[in-house]
Write a protein that binds this ligand. Structure first.
Ligand code: SF4
Length: 448
């Protein structure tokens, strides 16, 4: 498939990465950025200024897919003006729709799947020298190279580290096992070495990433063992992880969270629905009652733990009664916050073979009801923080006022207080004076 006849005469100098979706995509974008910087390309923020544009896509929800497609479509105009620009489509949409994207998006020079992104450098060379369009979609289950050398991190204080790829669960609504393949865990030693390098570079916090970190397994070690090993890394202050499947949230993990000093008291436990009938159809393998028992256990054993969740409303055939069960769970679970979405069918999943029977208006209404109640609960929980003192890791200067900084508590609550850039990367004590459902306001306390 030949590219434009006016193919590049001058070497590429700049690149831009546009990322959609989850933290795993963020980390993949950092890896691809590192590969390009390793080849001498300089990062720019706008596609208009880039010689190489990578759009890292997500297919988990229809909205993210449409936004990425819109962005890639817009690149056609840039490409017309500058035919030597290389347009790359990466990520889950590339993995799932590779052939179709090549047909549908003539401006795409390279379409690269989730397990081929580590080859980005040689693929870009190939596109440049052969002037051919390339589709690089390997078997989604092939072994993946999980190196971290030269990753270009987006933040200075906290870093992402992928500990495993893929998922074996096949929840009936989820396309991830098809776009990211079966589970592959990185060896403990490789992860610990990566975290040591991060700590040496001055990072204070690491977020361990996997579709279901609770099923991390390698060489006889499980996720609790991995947390214990990472906890030993000198210089690192905090460890977070995402995502945990409630069915695999073991006592060992809860105990590890309770006992390891650097593991933050915060866990994301996506429930997805509160109706046992819907949970069965989603293939989640727990009931509402078991989920509530798990919350109780986690809260009992880990003092001050914060818990967040994901909910899908409007799943095929969700009755008023099913929805009521979900609303009731919002009431009973009292999560610190919840991400609430309307169901959107994903082609290739089991649920997509069922009629998407809930009208969009009803989905929106159900989202609003759950969100409204969750906002009140988040507000009440945050209001109870007023007067309390928290250890806060300062992450950035506030976007609104230069005289303020933003940091996070161990429970991942966002706190704004007076300060300047000299505080970045430090741990300070802050007393909370005001609260909103998503933010706390406070003032820094003198060090003891
Ligand atoms: S656990 Fe379920 S929802 Fe999560 S990535 Fe795997 S299949 Fe998707």
């Amino acid at each position: 498939m030949p590219m434009s006849p006016q193919a590049p005469a001058k070497p590429h100098e700049t690149y831009c990465v546009v990322t959609y979706g989850c933290q795993m995509n963020d980390n993949d974008s950092e890896i691809m950025s590192g590969i390009m910087e390793g080849r001498g390309l300089r990062r720019v923020e706008s596609e208009a200024d880039a010689d190489v544009v990578v759009v890292n896509t997500c297919v988990v929800r229809e909205g993210a897919e449409e936004r990425a497609l819109g962005r890639i479509s817009n690149l056609a105009a840039f490409k017309k003006k500058r035919p030597d620009m290389v347009v790359t489509v990466a990520g889950c949409m590339a993995q799932k729709e590779g052939e179709r994207l090549m047909e549908k998006l003539p401006q795409a020079d390279l379409v690269v799947g989730t397990r081929d992104l580590f080859r980005l450098g040689s693929l870009l060379d190939q596109v440049t020298t052969t002037k051919e369009r390339i589709l690089a979609i390997g078997d989604v289950d092939k072994p993946v190279f999980l190196g971290d050398e030269g990753v270009r991190r987006r933040h200075n204080v906290k870093a992402l580290a992928t500990i495993m790829y893929g998922c074996n669960n096949f929840c009936s609504f989820c396309i991830v096992p098809k776009t990211r393949g079966r589970e592959v865990s990185r060896p403990v030693r490789d992860i610990v070495d990566e975290v040591k390098r991060l700590a040496d570079q001055g990072f204070k916090e690491v977020m361990l990433l996997g579709q279901n970190v609770n099923s991390y397994r390698t060489d006889g070690a499980d996720f609790a063992d991995l947390l214990a090993a990472v906890n030993e890394v000198a210089g690192l202050e905090r460890i977070r992880f995402i995502t945990s499947h409630p069915k695999d949230c073991s006592d060992r993990l809860i105990d590890a969270m309770a006992s390891l000093s650097k593991v933050c008291e915060n866990i994301h436990l996506p429930v997805q629905a509160g109706s046992n009938r819907v949970l069965r159809r989603m293939k989640r393998f727990y009931t509402k009652e078991q989920y509530l028992e798990l919350l109780e256990k986690v809260r009992e054993r880990i003092p001050n733990v914060t818990i967040t969740t994901d909910i899908i409303v409007g799943f095929p055939d969700e009755t008023d009664e099913d929805f009521h069960d979900t609303y009731d769970l919002v009431e009973k679970a009292r999560w610190d916050s919840a991400f609430i979405f309307g169901y959107s069918p994903r082609e290739g999943t089991k649920a997509a073979t069922w009629l998407d029977s809930i009208p969009e208006e009803l989905k929106k209404h159900r989202i609003q009801r759950c969100l409204g109640r969750q906002e009140q609960i988040s507000g009440e929980i945050n209001a109870s923080c007023i007067g309390q003192q928290f250890e806060v890791l300062v992450e950035s200067v506030s976007k609104r006022r230069e005289s303020e900084v933003m940091g996070r508590t161990r429970g991942d609550k966002c706190v704004i207080f007076k300060g300047d850039s000299s505080l970045l990367g430090t741990l300070v004590r802050v007393e909370v004076t005001e609260s909103y459902p998503h933010t706390l306001i406070g003032h820094q306390l003198p060090t003891a």
